[in-house]
Write a protein that binds this ligand. Structure first.
Ligand code: TYM
Length: 329
């Protein structure tokens, strides 16, 4: 089985990224041939600073390795080192409808956040994402719930290309975790925890200091009632129950049973904070030394890109031939 996923080098990675995606990247290394990409080309679809971009690619790479990605076991690379992605993106535009892209909720949200300039790249973002996935003949894509719509688009695009030009791509499936697929903002639990949209208090960074994490959980918004049970009218406490379950590797039902009859939320919030601190501590401890050695990070990315390119080049040659480009093969 071939596994592929991508992560943006923007901002600081948070608990939603960790539970919704990164943790599964690590687990899936044992399930098949796993390929992970730091998608720097996607990062330029919103405001960015070129000098910072390179730094952020290293930050994200170090987080992934600290979380448990083993460059000897998986392929880890930087998107811009493999130009096949952008070429395939262009070929795929011929089977992507303008209307489909207009319906993408991430485009609608992010274009509203951009004050003065909405780039054409932001509109094309999901086509490049489809190219990332399809270039590797991917079977499964580990993602959080928010990326489901983009994955659906990639499936439609693959199907349409295969129908119009002949069998070329595997149509990929998504792998979304059962618990913590959409981690919520601790201050506004109706929204998801997000790099750009959440406040500092609403999101927990993977590298946050343990005391900062504990304080953020203590200050998490809950509700006037006192029972630790999930319910649509209790988005704050429901989120905390899911986080506790995900952090400790138990089910949300188990959490509810454990806290049945608890006198209030205070102890529960403290325990969730402690569980999350415990979960993230090993990643935080490993991060520093890894991040300090940029040459080693660069070596990982370059080696990964060589391996990735060999796979992607094969697919692109096929796609070019099918669409009538280049010298006949
Ligand atoms: P990015 O970098 O925004 O997010 C990385 C992963 O984290 C997941 N995620 C969440 N999961 C649960 N709760 C949350 N609050 C939360 N916030 C983020 C995302 O679902 C994602 O899996 N478009 C992608 C990057 C990408 C990609 C790809 C992904 C580019 N090409 C190809 C898969 C395959 C993104 O925005 O990632």
């Amino acid at each position: 089985m071939r596994i592929f996923s991508g992560i943006q080098p923007t901002g600081r990675k948070h608990l939603g990224n960790y539970l919704g995606a990164i943790r599964n990247y690590v687990a899936m290394q044992d399930e098949g041939e796993a390929i992970y990409c730091v998608v720097d080309l996607h990062a330029i679809t919103v405001d960015f600073d070129p000098a910072e971009l390179r730094e952020r690619v290293y930050n994200t790479t170090a987080i992934l390795v600290a979380a448990g990605l083993d460059p000897a076991q998986c392929i880890l690379f930087r998107q811009s080192d493999v130009p096949e992605h952008t070429e395939l993106c262009w070929l795929l535009t011929s089977v992507t409808a303008y209307g489909e892209l207009s319906r993408m909720t991430q485009f609608k949200e992010k274009s509203e956040q951009q004050k003065s300039f909405v780039s054409a790249g932001l509109f094309m973002y999901p086509v490049l994402q489809a190219a990332d996935i399809l270039a590797y003949q991917t079977d499964e894509v580990p993602i959080g719930e928010d990326q489901k719509q983009h994955l659906e688009l990639a499936r439609n695009v693959a199907d349409r290309f295969n129908t119009r030009y002949g069998e070329t791509f595997i149509v990929p499936r998504h792998r979304i975790p059962r618990v913590a697929a959409r981690v919520r903002d601790l201050q506004s639990p109706l929204k998801q925890m997000s790099t750009t949209a959440s406040t500092e208090q609403g999101k927990v960074h993977i590298l946050d200091d343990p005391d900062v994490i504990r304080r953020k959980f203590q200050a998490a918004v809950t509700d006037a009632r006192r029972d630790v049970v999930r319910s649509p009218d209790k988005p704050g406490i429901s989120n905390l129950i899911e986080l506790m379950a995900a952090a400790r590797g138990i089910s949300p039902d188990d959490v509810e049973r454990e806290y049945a009859g608890a006198p209030g939320y205070a102890d529960f919030k403290r325990d969730v904070g402690d569980a999350v601190v415990k979960l993230l501590a090993p990643v935080r401890d490993r991060y520093g030394p890894l991040r300090d050695d940029e040459r080693a990070l660069e070596a990982i990315l370059i080696k990964g890109a060589d391996k990735a390119r060999a796979i992607a080049a094969d697919t692109i040659t096929r796609a070019r031939t099918r669409t009538g480009f280049g010298r006949p093969q």
